[in-house]
Design a protein around this ligand. Structure first.
Ligand SMILES: [Zn+2]
Length: 259
């Protein structure tokens, strides 16, 4: 038994914990591109933090009162005098907007960044809940581009942003691990805010029937992910992401109409 490792905010995404546990970002990432995700876990590849991504993380950190840790980790968002660089000022605008809405604030005022561990299909799972209300509900804060539907090139149709970003899968994972830890199946909500010039707000309920469907998908994919992490099978490349472009090796000539 080597249960001496304490999982906390600072090491939640450490290489060691990413190898040992599966979290929702990792599962979603494996579904996008197995090769990229495995390279990330092994520390062979690091994804670029885009401005848009950091704005979202900044809002997350501010709401969960972990802004100090966030600023220490991302000095690139600050000017020399400690104030925010212009491209991140929007994050403060979003925060001000959120604070004006009583109901939104109520839903994101649970226990922040609650970490729980569990197991699905013999695979160790970790979750980190943005706003947890014990015995009541699970809330995740999402800072998205807009609420408009998004074109999915895989399914060849426009999808609700919640489906597109697999937030339903995340909710299913949270609901199941909370159930394992507390014996209670709690409703899952998304508190969503957009990064538009004038941010839009919504509190979204994800029906249990949708979460149950997603839990089945999680059950199905986890053994495959474990095999990938243990090196028993070779990861598939998506040939679309930056990692696949970076590691692409030409070995033939193709008809231009097949591009
Ligand atoms: Zn890829």
């Amino acid at each position: 038994m080597e249960e001496n490792l304490i999982i906390c905010e600072e090491n939640y995404f450490s290489q060691e914990n990413e190898m040992k546990y599966c979290g929702s970002s990792q599962i979603k990432s494996f579904m996008d591109c197995e090769a990229k995700t495995l390279a990330k876990i092994k520390g062979e590849y690091k994804e670029e933090n885009t401005t848009a991504l950091l704005v979202g993380s900044y809002v997350d950190a501010a709401v969960s009162q972990t802004l100090d840790i966030f600023k220490a980790k991302h000095p690139e968002i600050l000017k020399k005098d400690g104030s925010l660089k212009s491209e991140y000022v929007k994050a403060d605008y979003i925060l001000n907007r959120i604070e004006k809405d009583e109901l939104f604030m109520k839903y994101i005022s649970g226990d922040h960044q609650t970490i729980m561990l569990g197991e699905i299909n013999s695979v160790p799972i970790k979750i980190k809940i943005d706003s947890y209300f014990p015995n009541k509900c699970i809330v995740d804060l999402k800072c998205v581009k807009s609420f408009e539907s998004i074109w999915n090139d895989k399914t060849k149709m426009k999808e609700n942003f919640v489906d597109y970003w697999k937030y339903t899968l995340q909710g299913a994972l949270y609901q199941e691990i909370v159930r394992q830890n507390t014996g209670k199946k709690l409703p899952f909500f998304i508190a969503a805010v957009t990064k538009e010039t004038e941010p839009d707000l919504a509190l979204l309920a994800i029906p249990d029937e949708e979460l149950e469907k997603q839990l089945l998908i999680i059950h199905e994919i986890l053994p495959h992910i474990r095999n990938l992490k243990e090196g028993l099978i070779l990861p598939k490349r998506c040939e679309k992401c930056d990692y696949c472009k970076m590691t692409k090796k030409l070995d033939c000539i193709i008809d231009y109409r097949d591009l």
